[in-house]
Design a protein around this ligand. Structure first.
Ligand SMILES: C[S@@+](CC[C@H](N)C(=O)[O-])C[C@H]1O[C@@H](n2cnc3c(N)ncnc32)[C@H](O)[C@@H]1O
Ligand code: SF4
Length: 352
């Protein structure tokens, strides 16, 4: 049986060079083909300077990916746009476009669903359906860029899914995004957020990519973390902090710790002191986020007064803190909420 065709945007320049070698085509054609993929073409036939023979070879095994906009929601409050995007196989993902003073930032999904089971997160309801390919994540960017008619300058991998649970594809995605003939977005304009998979934090540190790593900590100790994040049964908080220290030493980059504040669970004054102690001496920044409540979870958001008290304690201990601005609050702000409301599914169990 013939293998299914692949999205040509899954290929890095070196993958395409491999293809050239395989078909005895001159290597420089690889970059030529790659360049075309980011010039807005919809078919391989539009690659006018690529010899017909090679175009035919490409057409046998590849197509140029595209994603359909299924629905679009525009926030009346701040101009944030949330998209429900339909993949080739019919799966739905959500992506968000935000306008800031410095440019346009997009928040991308890396998987269809997620298997990590965090108790406050809508993305994990229904479990993991499948990983996104590098080209599909690229196509999220291109679809939003075409729709808004402006260049996207910043990327955050903070939509549905755990990027480190799809490590190889996400590294490929980063290479393509960063390539001057790809999307030409500098690593310093990219943030990757993880729930704290220790081996992958170390592997990424070894690559020294200069992107911003955000670690979703959400608790100052293992006991509270295990209550809300099943992944904490696999990786202890001290091992995460050690991996972060390794990452900082390798890259010289400041790490962001995400701390979603849940009333009565992780927002105690003692929790703030414990967190300050845990992060003492680390090159880091803490982002406090009052959780977005979702109907499937009993968690409630912390009062703003408590969030500010928590912030002050960390600041007094010398830790840099911001309280994250809530964008698109009027259009299902919690990540995964739009998709979940659109696709009805059974709750998936985390496997730890
Ligand atoms: C959806 S996750 C995707 C990236 C990665 N899986 C992670 O957990 O860091 C991005 C961030 O959104 C946070 N998040 C998820 N659900 C939330 C909610 N209901 N309220 C506030 N933050 C939430 C996560 O904890 C994480 O910091
Ligand atoms: S917070 Fe991140 S890791 Fe946890 S369930 Fe949501 S997407 Fe997955």
């Amino acid at each position: 049986m013939k293998a299914a065709k692949k999205n040509l945007r899954d290929m890095t320049v070196s993958d395409l060079e491999g293809l050239c070698t395989e078909h005895e085509v001159q290597k420089f054609r690889a970059r030529q083909v790659f360049k075309w993929l980011y010039k807005g073409i919809k078919s391989i036939d539009e690659m006018s300077d690529i010899p017909l023979d090679f175009r035919n070879i490409l057409k046998e095994s590849f197509y140029i990916g595209s994603i359909e906009i299924e629905k679009k929601f525009l926030s009346q409050k701040d101009g944030t746009v949330k998209y429900l995007l339909k993949l080739k196989d019919g799966n739905i993902i959500e992506s968000v476009l935000m306008k800031y003073g410095f440019g346009i930032s997009v928040c991308l999904s890396t998987q269809v669903g997620c298997r990590m089971g965090c108790s406050f997160c809508a993305s994990t309801i229904g479990g993991l359906i499948r990983n996104l390919t590098p080209g599909e994540v690229i196509d999220e960017v291109l679809t939003m860029q075409e729709d808004c008619q402006e260049r996207i300058s910043n990327i955050v991998l903070m939509g549905s899914g755990e990027p480190f649970d799809n490590y190889a594809n996400i590294i490929k995605f980063l290479k393509i995004v960063n390539d001057k003939d790809g999307l030409n977005i500098g690593m310093r304009h990219i943030t990757l957020s993880t729930c704290g998979l220790v081996p992958e934090i170390i592997k990424l540190g070894d690559l020294n990519l200069q992107l911003t790593l955000a670690v979703s900590l959400h608790a100052p100790n293992d006991e509270i973390r295990r209550e809300i994040m099943p992944v904490a049964n696999k990786y202890a908080i001290n091992d995460i902090i050690d991996a972060c220290r390794y990452y900082i030493n390798k890259t010289n980059r400041r790490i962001t710790f995400e701390y979603s504040m849940i009333k009565g669970v992780n927002d105690g004054i003692d929790n703030a002191y414990e967190l300050a102690e845990l992060l003492k001496g680390l090159l880091c920044h803490v982002n406090l986020i009052p959780i977005n409540e979702i109907e499937e979870s009993k968690h409630k958001k912390s009062h703003m007064g408590r969030v500010n008290e928590f912030k002050k304690i960390l600041e007094n201990k010398g830790i840099e803190v911001t309280v994250r601005r809530e964008l698109g609050a009027d259009i299902n702000a919690a990540c995964g909420q739009l998709r979940k409301n659109y696709v009805s599914n059974n709750r998936g169990e985390a496997r730890f």
